[in-house]
Design a protein around this ligand. Sequence first.
Ligand code: ADP
Ligand code: ASP
Ligand code: MG
Length: 409
Amino acid sequence: MALIVQKYGGTSVGSIERIENVANKVMAFRERGDDVVVVLSAMSGETNRLIDLAKAIQNPPDPRELDMLVATGEQVTIALLAMALKKRGQDARSYTGGQVRILTDSAFNKARILEIDEGNIRRDLAAGRVVVVAGFQGVDEQGNITTLGRGGSDTTGVALAAALKADECQIYTDVDGVYTTDPRVVPEARRLDRITFEEMLEMASLGSKVLQIRSVEFAGKYNVPLRVLSSMQDGPGTLITYEDEGMEDALISGIAFNRDEAQITVQGVPDQPGVAYRILGPIGEANIEVDMIVQNTSADGSTTDFTFTVHRNDYDKALALLKKHAGAMGAREVKGDSKIVKLSLVGVGMRSHAGIASTMFEALAKEGINIRMISTSEIKISVVVDEKYLELGVRALHSAFKLDQAPAA
Ligand code: ADP
Ligand code: ASP
Ligand code: MG
């Protein structure tokens, strides 16, 4: 007998049939004698629909009211699942984030969980009930409804598993695990039996939306056994774990890509101390996060070109800001390009192997893909390329590193 937290994503609860399917899966665990806490997303498409309604009235929408609105999506699915379980003779109770008391800070639309009161849940479990919790939402000290950012139900699941010291947190989705890359882009992508927290965190940060970044951070920090599985087919899924002897001996675990970035270049700025500060100061003050940065000095050393990337949502704002400051910075020109993507190779094996970057650059060169920016860290290499090369680039890298084949033991 185990205590299991199961999170089902939007597609897995996207229709009445799918909700009945979730109820059957939960029943199977109950029949084995397990205690089950279920965390649900809204039906697929529902959160987007609600955001569009808000934007039709006010754009950008008021953050507090937006949370009030989007949190309703999850309230629908939890009630329906609780009914489906009761219909099967299984006592169940649904709770909103506020009812559980998932306490968060007051950063509307991207709140962080501060504390979870697991008392109600424990009492229900002891009484033989299945507890069904609305994902993605919490409540702040003042009683306002907050939400945790897109994909935030993953984080609710992991945080509840940590608070309850659950034996496993199972993330059920529309793929049967974590793949070497998004199987929608590369059909030959291969399911990984295991991946380390560190690699999964990089993959999520670099654009693989199969798990929300914060859920992986949380699982790593509190050592929550985390598994990604399909709600539609049986199988072992992917276990996210600490590095151990039994891990696949792969150089590269996966390829992530991010379509959400845009590039800005400030050209011909006098090369003097303080250039980077003068360019990025106003960007930081406007609360815009910068990702990659490259600076090149002209042949005669008198001027410099400064290029960096920001989230696409911040692109217009950042570009307008720098155009305004161009004169004061002594820049010749400020240019931008929002049609770029970032491709990244991730793997703990990179630490101990040379030559990975050159294999990566060779594979891209063979396809005629020009690299605009490069950045590396201990376990990842990222490049920025034109948006039109996303699929081609990911496929070329996937085959150059033979990710479709299981690594030799
Ligand atoms: P849910 O609604 O269940 O939370 P998501 O859409 O958030 O599901 O996440 C699942 C999707 O993540 C998959 O359908 C897949 O297209 C995408 N994905 C991106 N990268 C990967 C990867 N490396 N492995 C598996 N799925 C990935
Ligand atoms: N429904 C929310 C979203 O679409 C949260 C989630 O599904 O995890 O982002
Ligand atoms: Mg998701």
